[in-house]
Design a protein around this ligand. Structure first.
Ligand SMILES: N[C@@H](CCC(=O)N[C@@H](CS)C(=O)NCC(=O)O)C(=O)O
Length: 220
């Protein structure tokens, strides 16, 4: 059994989607950012960075894993699924996973911060992060024009990237003209395991609440 510590955010959904795809039983622990549960002493023992997602694998002597990319690699390697085992195939998945972890996630995350949450409107920062996110989307679109999924077959690289790209509007970034990216988004959104993962927990529909919750993290 796996304990999943998460919240309704793109990084959180990577872990819940992977657990659903792999049909691994897990217990959901939804942390409240408003109550700063991600910074509690108990949770910091699981993730010293005080962020979600994190998992604890109870079947492996309570082994804790933090960082969403590391969680995806752990689950793929534990099950032998969602990532090939040959050196080149594995490398392809890791390349696109790193591209998400070092590129799409941080850039789009900062686009969210400056476009949605930051108390001051810093146009240069908004432009910088939105343009960089769009540029990264164009790289994804190019790749998806030659391959159905990012690393060949459906893999943890797609699971890492999908929850971010699906919320492009929230970051104020368009996917217009990126036909391959749109095709891929629709294809992944249609997967039953992805739909289940996106309910663990569901994203609040009240955008004011979303903004307030995110602001509580940024200002402290
Ligand atoms: N690189 C980390 C980023 C994790 C992250 O930034 N999580 C956000 C939610 S998407 C969070 O927990 N924020 C709460 C906080 O900063 O206190 C990962 O991929 O796991």
């Amino acid at each position: 059994m796996i304990d999943l510590y998460t919240a309704a955010t793109p990084n959180g959904y990577k872990a819940s989607i992977a657990l659903e795809e792999l049909q691994l039983p897990y217990t959901l622990h939804v942390l409240s950012f408003d109550k700063r549960e991600q910074k509690s002493p108990e949770f910091l023992k699981i993730n010293p960075n005080g962020r979600i997602p994190a998992i604890v694998d109870r079947s492996e002597g309570d082994f804790a894993v933090f960082e969403s990319g590391a969680i995806l690699l752990y689950l793929a390697e534990k099950t032998g699924q969602l990532m090939p085992t040959d050196v080149k195939g594995r490398s392809r998945v890791i390349q696109w996973l790193m591209f998400q972890m070092g590129g799409v996630g941080p850039m789009q995350g900062q686009a969210n911060v400056f476009y949605r949450y930051f108390p001051e409107k810093l146009q240069a920062a908004i432009d910088r992060y939105q343009h960089e996110t769009r540029r990264l989307y164009e790289v994804l679109d190019g790749r998806l024009g030659e391959s159905e999924f990012l690393a060949g077959d459906y893999s943890i690289a797609d699971i890492a990237t999908f929850p971010w790209v699906r919320t492009h509007e929230w970051a104020g970034v368009s996917v217009e003209g990126l036909e391959h990216l749109q095709r891929w988004l629709a294809e992944i959104a249609a997967r039953p395991a992805v739909q289940r993962g996106l309910q663990a927990p569901p994203r609040p529909t009240d955008s004011d609440k979303l903004v307030k919750s995110a602001q509580s993290i940024i200002v402290k």
